[in-house]
Design a protein around this ligand. Structure first.
Ligand SMILES: N[C@@H](CCC(=O)N[C@@H](CS)C(=O)NCC(=O)O)C(=O)O
Length: 268
């Protein structure tokens, strides 16, 4: 069984889509990032950068002890290794898939994140930042569009973890101020992806959590965009994990676990 530490956002969807495509058994452990649950000690023990998604695999390959993984790109690579799926075997095809995974992780994700921040969330209007990231977002969409025109199918040719990494961020294109009419190859691929049942199931994971939480409020803004000491006030200070146990076992105790218990078991 895999525990998926999750909140329904593009980075979370990468992993819920992969898990659904692989039909792996998993249970969702909600990490309400607008309420500061990402700063709780049990979560930091598996994800020291206080970001979700993260996973704990209680049944890793070769019968090893439970294994935790943070960073969505690392999780996708781990699950591809575990299942031998969605990462081509041949050297060149594999390198292409990893290239585009890294492109998403190092470029598209962070830049679209900044674009969305200055467009939608910043408490001041900063024209320089708005223009800079809008331009960069369009440039990145252009790169992806040309790649998809070349492959004619999926991001790296074969359907792969590169698609799982890129697609969730394209889900946000309207909020990013982008029209897919300007990027016809992305539009075609986007429609193909959206039509897949496993992708739809992945996108639906935790939709109820966000509805229950409501729109972003002042506390969430302070926690997500402050990230200083005041951002951590709503939750208990993190205790260092015991030597030798960090990132190797599922967290226990704390509000995170309590919140999770109420919702566990909903997924396969
Ligand atoms: N590079 C990370 C980014 C993950 C990330 O930014 N997660 C956001 C939600 S989409 C988060 O957990 N934010 C919590 C915070 O900012 O404290 C990954 O791909 O896993």
């Amino acid at each position: 069984m895999i525990d998926l530490y999750y909140w329904p956002t593009p980075n979370g969807w990468k992993i819920s889509i992969m898990l659904e495509e692989c039909a792996l058994p998993y249970r969702v452990v909600p990490v309400n990032i607008g309420r500061g649950e990402q700063f709780e000690a049990p979560f930091l023990a598996i994800s020291p950068n206080n970001r979700m998604p993260a996973i704990v695999d209680h049944d890793p390959p070769e019968g090893k002890a439970p294994l935790s993984v943070f960073e969505s790109g690392a999780i996708l690579l781990y699950l591809a290794h575990k299942t031998q799926r969605f990462l081509p075997q041949g050297l060149e095809a594999r390198v292409r898939a990893i290239e585009w995974l890294m492109w998403q992780m190092g470029g598209m994700g962070p830049m679209l994140g900044q674009n969305g921040h200055f467009l939608l969330y910043a408490d001041q209007e900063v024209p320089y930042a708005i223009e800079r990231y809008a331009r960069e977002a369009r440039r990145l969409y252009g790169v992806l569009d040309r790649q998809l025109a070349l492959t004619g199918a999926f991001v790296a040719g074969e359907y792969s973890i590169a698609d799982f990494a890129c697609f969730p961020w394209i889900m946000t294109h309207k909020r990013q101020g982008i029209s897919l009419d300007d990027f016809p190859s992305i539009a075609r691929w986007f429609a193909t992806m959206r039509a897949r049942e496993a992708v739809q199931r992945g996108l639906a994971v935790g939709a109820d959590l966000r509805i229950a939480d409501g729109p972003m409020d002042e506390q969430a803004r302070r926690i997500l965009f402050g990230q200083g000491s005041e951002a951590r006030q709503p939750v208990a200070a993190a205790a260092p994990p015991a030597a030798g146990t960090a990132r190797s076992a599922s967290p226990a105790g704390g509000a995170l676990e309590a919140a999770a218990n109420g919702r566990k078991g909903k997924r396969r």
